[in-house]
Design a protein around this ligand. Sequence first.
Ligand SMILES: NC(=O)c1ccc[n+]([C@@H]2O[C@H](COP(=O)([O-])OP(=O)(O)OC[C@H]3O[C@@H](n4cnc5c(N)ncnc54)[C@H](O)[C@@H]3O)[C@@H](O)[C@H]2O)c1
Length: 271
Amino acid sequence: MTDDAAASTAPVGLDPGLAGSRAVVFGVGPGIGLECVRLLAALGADVACVDVEPDRAAEAAAALAEYPGSGTPLTCDVRRPEQVGRVVDETVAALGGIDVMINVVGHGGPAGPVAEMPDDVWRDVRTLNLDQHFLVAREVLRPMVARRRGSIVLISSINAFGSSPLRAAYGVAKAGIVSMARSLAIENAPYGVRVNTVAPGPTRTPRRRHLAEGELADVYRTSIPLGRLAEPYEVARAAVFLASDLAGYVTGETLVMDGGATVKYSVPAGN
Ligand SMILES: NC(=O)c1ccc[n+]([C@@H]2O[C@H](COP(=O)([O-])OP(=O)(O)OC[C@H]3O[C@@H](n4cnc5c(N)ncnc54)[C@H](O)[C@@H]3O)[C@@H](O)[C@H]2O)c1
């Protein structure tokens, strides 16, 4: 059998190639980040679990005890360049390298119209949701480029594509992530490093469970074609897919996962 025939008839896909790999996830609290570290460890990756809250890092690492891969808790505020450089060095020292990085950190910040938005709100939301992605990617690329191998996944949002009334800074930052991932993908393709983004719609993380209850639940049921919020593990599956060898020819892309919400509008039939 030729190599091509072997590749095309292999049970495709079913090995994501993550066993024995070294992964670092930023933002591992009990939402999308925790589900990412769980899935990576279940697939055999050793995972550095990084959070600004030491307890969250420790709890995420402890949650991996039952899986083939290991968990290493590390603490870092991703807004601080010196801390980001330090934690990347600690990850490399603990795991021996970095093959996969998923950056989950982000938060919508206070709601309000642009006309009334104080400077510090705009700046803080942009720092947490966009500037830190630059800092983390820059540091993580050092070991990846040196080894000519790596995969980076950044968590954006459907706010990058629609409008974000009362959360303009968040929407701008999430759109910036998509743009930055495209630039990173092209700059680093020659070094064997892929860079992609996941853009989830509303997700039933502990922080947002209220959206799945009461009157709000009805709003989401009717506005989202699949009739429900995403589950955090579903977002993690998309992120880990992009990080894995299953997506080995995908770079610079954004996987929108929103139950069909952003493609719902259609031109009335016959027009
Ligand atoms: N939950 C949703 O509905 C939804 C929808 C679309 C996109 N997203 C995006 O998904 C990501 C995760 O969402 P989530 O709901 O799981 O959030 P979350 O708040 O549960 O998790 C974010 C984690 O980042 C950590 N963190 C916060 N600031 C940090 C800092 N400065 N340095 C290091 N770590 C820090 C927090 O401690 C927390 O563990 C975010 O980027 C969010 O914008 C969420």
